[in-house]
Write a protein that binds this ligand. Sequence first.
Ligand code: OAD
Length: 263
Amino acid sequence: MVVRAAEHVKPRCYNVVMADKLSHKLDEVADRLKSAERVVSLTGAGISAESGVPTFRDPDGLWEGVRPEEVATPEAFGRDSDFVWRFYLQRRSKLQAVCPNSGHNVIARWESRFPHFDLITQNVDGLHQLAGSKRIICLHGDIWIDRCTQCAFEQRATDVSESIPRCSKCDGLARPGVVWFGEQLPHGAFERAVEQSSQAQVVLVVGTSSQVYPAASLAGVAQSAGAFVVEVNPEATSLSSLADVILQGPAGEILPRLEARLG
Ligand code: OAD
């Protein structure tokens, strides 16, 4: 038998120390939250991972095996709207089968827990809304909206049909109401997100790789204005070196543990 250095086998006490450290960090963040008037959460695909929605950049993520420029740019839609729609109709159909998880639910409850709680999400899946969040800025749009390419009329998709949606007003070709690469964010959304982030005392950045701008700049904006920035993520990200505290773990476990400490 080959003897290998047990570099991946952590001694039992290591796990205890890590758990203890996480517990202290949770206490520290809970103390910050208890005295905060304004709290912001910025979420990404990771918060929906425990609902069974693939993220974008993790292994088996949505962008693995798909080139974003083939399905998530206005040029791709101009070239082959059928192909792009098939991608989004398939996503809608998968989303219809999933539910919000405990991470979404905690965030929804926090709207009434704090004097001011704002949610800024990069997600288009609608799960925050299903969980009951109302004060949301959807930076990257909403996959459940069909927007007419002719008259810009927007309507909510009521069922997951397999046919390509057309405008109920002018019969123009509709497109998914999501923000594609190279497009502007919804009017005023980023400005409101900057305003909320810079007024917050605590900003929780949950489940995002912090690789897509301008959303990824919000934590820095908040911190420069004095906010305490907390990252909730099982993995290290581009934000990790800037965050004041990292709560390492899945959002569906970390957020309920944090909520339990708020009393
Ligand atoms: P990414 O796929 O880039 O990152 C997902 C993050 O979630 C990673 O950092 C994971 O470690 C983390 N994660 C995975 N499981 C988690 C869990 N259970 N709890 C907490 N975190 C978890 O997704 P985003 O950062 O959201 O834009 O991507 C940003 C944007 O890139 C998307 O909005 C989309 C995409 O291109 C557009 O389509 C415009």
